[in-house]
Design a binder for this molecule. Structure first.
Ligand SMILES: CC(C)(COP(=O)(O)OP(=O)(O)OC[C@H]1O[C@@H](n2cnc3c(N)ncnc32)[C@H](O)[C@@H]1OP(=O)(O)O)[C@@H](O)C(=O)NCCC(=O)NCCS
Length: 181
């Protein structure tokens, strides 16, 4: 069920920008002393949620983390900084982009280590979906991300439709198999 609000006020991308910095400790790492991928995904989910909250100003749930690139490892003792902003608002969902940098505390060198796209859906306290405000992209980069987010949504929908057909085909096959017995 969808709760339609009358024109919630549009917000700029800048008003959604969020940032988090973490010092990587032994508990965050694998046996090689590198940051665990799952831990990084947790940081990404949190930082992305901050941007989605700032846009929707209601409860949100993660619907998908559909693209993540781990470009290079993060080491024990590094400072990891994650920056997020909403790329595009749809009806009740929003795509958020997150970019991650690792900083060597001894040299100050900063490297881009990961990027990810997530989709959040806005809901009310009862779990009913809520319309999100429109997003206003202003800079050339924001306009590019806004356009790319629509292409990713189309790709996501096509992929979901493909998976649904595949599932139906498998279900059909197993029905045939079962009918033999
Ligand atoms: C996400 C959720 C609210 C979607 O509910 P639903 O009834 O399937 O919603 P619909 O299919 O009608 O789609 C609603 C919106 O979500 C988007 N959406 C739903 N599933 C999606 C997915 N897998 N990826 C991207 N977007 C998705 C739709 O595009 C639509 O967006 P729009 O309103 O902006 O056009 C529901 O699946 C849910 O509650 N999932 C569990 C969320 C959760 O617990 N997250 C934390 C787990 S780690």
């Amino acid at each position: 069920m969808n709760t339609i609000e009358n024109n919630p006020p549009a917000r700029t991308v800048a008003s959604t920008q969020s940032e988090m910095t973490e010092l990587i400790l032994p508990n965050d790492t694998n046996v090689l002393g590198n940051l665990l991928g799952g831990r990084l995904m947790h940081f990404i989910d949190l930082t992305a949620a901050m941007a989605a909250y700032r846009h929707a100003r209601t409860y949100i749930v993660t619907a998908a983390m559909d693209h993540i690139d781990f470009i290079r490892p993060v080491h024990l003792g590094d400072l990891v900084t994650l920056r997020s902003s909403v790329n595009r608002a749809f009806s009740t969902s929003m795509e958020v982009g997150v970019k991650v940098w690792a900083e060597n505390t001894q040299t100050g060198e900063q490297l881009h280590v990961a990027s990810a796209y997530l989709v959040f859906v806005a809901i009310d306290k009862q779990g009913h979906r809520k319309t999100v405000p429109q997003l206003i992209p202003e800079t050339p980069n924001e306009l590019r991300r806004h356009a790319d987010a629509l292409l990713r949504r189309e790709h996501r929908e096509a992929e979901a439709a493909r998976r649904k057909l595949e599932k139906q085909a498998h279900a059909g096959q197993s029905d045939t198999t079962h009918s033999k017995f």
